[in-house]
Design a binder for this molecule. Structure first.
Ligand code: 5GP
Length: 230
C-alpha cells in the first residue's frame, strides 16, 4: 500500500544547555534510561577530572595541548572556553548515529550550542531552566562542595546564560525531573512529525482514488439519506 508521504528517517540532533544547577545532567540520565534510541555524545575537555568523573564516560580528559591539536585537525564539531577550560564535541560517530536513526544529544554550554545551531540549522536546542532564581540559588548553595565565591560566580554565569534562552527552540522548566523528561520526550516525538522531514508526497492517483471512493459509497447512499442536516 502506498504511503501518503516519505519522510526523512534520520535521527534528531538535540542540543541541551542550562545553567549549573538546572539539573540538565540528571534529566539526560533519566531520559536515556527509558529510551534506547538516544546516544549521548561524550565531550573532550581540558579541565581536570573531578571526583566521580570517569574517563571516556563523563569526558575524554585532555591536556590543553592535546585539545588544541584536535582543534587544528578539525576533529571537533564545536568547542568553547568556559571557566578557563576547553570543552568540545568530537565529530566522530555523530553523523553515523544520526544516519542510523539514533537521536543524538549534546549537553553543552551556550556558546557551543549557538555554533551548532549555525552549522546545523535543523538541530533542536532545548534550554533547561530552574523554576525560579531563588530555587537555583538554593540548589547551588546546598551542594556544599564549593566556596561562597564559586557559588556566586556560578550564579552570575547562570544569569548571563538564561538571557540566551530565546536562541533555543524550546525551554523546559526543571521543577520535577519526571515532568521535565516527559516534556523532552514530547519534543522528540513532535520533531519526528515535523513537516520539515517530508521528502516526497505521494498523491498521484487522485482520480482513481476518488472513483474508488464513489463506488464504495454507492452501497451506503441509502444509509446516508437518514442523516439529513437542514
Ligand atoms: P563541567 O565542567 O561542569 O562538567 O561543564 C561546564 C560546562 O561545559 C557545562 O555547561 C557543560 O554542559 C559544558 N560542556 C560540556 N561539554 C561541552 C562541549 O563539548 N562543548 C561545549 N561548548 N560545552 C560543553
Amino acid at each position: 500500500m502506498q504511503k501518503v508521504y516519505k519522510r526523512n528517517e534520520r535521527g534528531s540532533l538535540i542540543v541541551i544547555s542550562g545553567p549549573s544547577g538546572s539539573g540538565k545532567d540528571t534529566i539526560v540520565n533519566e531520559l536515556v534510561k527509558n529510551n534506547d534510541n538516544i546516544w549521548v555524545s561524550v565531550s573532550c575537555t581540558s579541565r581536570a577530572p573531578r571526583k566521580g568523573d570517569k574517563e571516556g564516560e563523563t569526558y575524554f580528559f585532555l591536556s590543553r595541548e592535546e585539545f588544541e591539536e584536535k582543534i587544528k585537525n578539525n576533529e571537533l564539531l564545536e568547542y568553547a572556553e568556559y571557566n578557563g577550560n576547553y570543552y568540545g564535541t568530537p565529530k566522530e560517530h555523530i553523523e553515523e548515529h544520526i544516519k542510523n536513526g539514533k537521536d543524538v544529544i549534546l549537553v553543552i554550554e551556550v556558546q557551543g550550542a549557538l555554533k551548532v545551531k549555525e552549522l546545523i540549522p535543523w538541530s533542536i536546542g532545548i534550554f533547561i531552566v530552574p523554576p525560579t532564581m531563588t530555587e537555583l540559588r538554593r540548589r547551588l548553595s546546598t551542594r556544599g562542595t564549593e566556596t561562597k565565591e564559586k557559588v556566586l560566580e556560578r550564579f552570575k554565569t547562570a544569569y548571563k546564560e538564561i538571557n540566551r534562552v530565546t536562541d533555543y527552540n524550546y525551554v523546559v522548566t526543571n521543577d520535577e525531573v519526571d515532568e521535565a523528561v516527559k516534556k523532552i520526550n514530547a519534543i522528540l516525538l513532535a520533531e519526528k512529525c515535523s513537516v520539515d522531514r517530508i521528502e516526497d508526497v505521494y498523491l498521484n492517483n487522485e482520480e482513481e482514488e476518488i472513483h474508488a471512493l464513489l463506488m464504495d459509497n454507492v452501497n451506503f447512499s441509502s444509509a446516508d439519506d437518514d442523516i439529513k442536516i437542514n
